[in-house]
Design a binder for this molecule. Sequence first.
Ligand code: XMP
Length: 513
Amino acid sequence: MKRETIVVMDFGGQYNQLIARRVRECNVYCEVYPHNIRLDKLKEMNLKGIIFTGGPNSVYAEGSPLCDREVFELGVPVLGICYGSQLMAHLLGGKVATAPVSEYGKTEVNVDNRKRLFEGVSPKTICWMSHTDYIEKAPEGFTVTAHTPVCPVAGMENVKKGLYAVQFHPEVMHTQEGMKMLRNFVMDICGCKGDWKMDSFVEASISDIREKVGKGKVLCALSGGVDSSVAAVLLAKAVGKQLTCVFVDHGLLRKDEGDEVEEVFGPEGGYDLNFVRVNARERFYGKLAGVEEPERKRKIIGEEFIRVFEEEAKKIGAVDYLVQGTIYPDVIESGLGESAVIKSHHNVGGLPDCVDFKEIIEPLRLLFKDEVREAGLELGIPEKLVYRQPFPGPGLGVRIIGEVTAEKVRIVQEADAIYREEIKKAGMERELGQYFAAVTNMRSVGVMGDERTYDYAVALRAVSTSDFMTAEAVQMPWEVLSTVTSRIVNEVKGVNRVLYDCTGKPPGTIEFE
Ligand code: XMP
């Protein structure tokens, strides 16, 4: 039996992934496709409903993304959001025009019909609006279900045809009852039962992998991050000793992290797999000596990583499968849009060229990050690893400004460990998006015990973010900052100053380089 599926048709909105994530929160499988997906593809699925996303265009402008009108005849409910609602109105004979004033931000919406999509929703409800066009007149056969003083059609429906539309964005958090509306659509209007659960995903993946791999040999590059760890354990449960995990310790990991990875995946860890740890720190430091330019550093670390991995792979010999920890946002981003390269991201994506293998296995390619974590817990991976902070592939290399030296690595490792420890003590671990220490390239004069010092400045950073594309600096409590500061200057040799980074993204990025 194919699993129930809701399809999100992407018209260029910035929240396409978020819509899919919200649907999955209802335990219903959801995939994002471009707006011009071929309808026969939809017919092959156990399709339960379609959601049109928002988008930056005007439906009546030339070249705007449209869709086949036949979508409305597939026999499944359709929900249009923002641009998607206007498109629905436009294609079915309503009128879309430029609104007399744009609505942007939290807006009170009057719900005129509290049934179906709005079942259980308050008569006046705060919703997130972001539009310059609006539906002036709903198409024939539709009734208006919500309005605002600006927007005569903030919601509309044609129950007989299963068509629903809202001008606002139910998927964003600022729409206070948005999740209720999406749940009403997915569960009640589309009639989904909610068959997407991580325990059955894990079970099904294990049996699929077994069938695919047979007696083949499998190779996995383990970084110690959440994705590669979950992928590795999934493979280990499926094929045991046919799997070899290679863990390249480039000497740019957080304090004790290499040993922690070894504890979980090494011989004492209890998983039935072959584990190879390569201690390559000297090699990496050697290559990085004298290099200051951030992109060069990233390239060197990325390339050296591949070289080391390649050498290990040669020792193992030809393998049949290479495992990659690709997750669904990577799939959406590489398949649907093109964005400017701000930094060259180092991932195992560069590996396939250099290793002799037959096929790639990407066991997590359908999962969002929170689902990967849930699957990890299902697989019995320690919580500490499952909830590990995102950590860049080039590691501390991008948290050491300027040249990487063994001394600066020690400084950043120790300062970061203190910072993390104090944040944990303050009970802030889970509420912060990402936090870490970096070592600047600046030395300054200080005084300690009547002696002049000339030492490094360490920078602390903490951001809150939901998607890592934008982020805000966290207002860290002063007690935490002052404790961390005095511990760092007292305990970490070579540091006499601690700074806190107040920059958001944009204009900053989360990492320093
Ligand atoms: P930036 O610094 O680009 O970081 O704002 C956004 C998020 O991505 C992480 N990051 C990386 N992750 N390889 C990765 O796998 C990389 O090269 C890399 N660079 C940055 C960063 O930690 C943050 O979570």
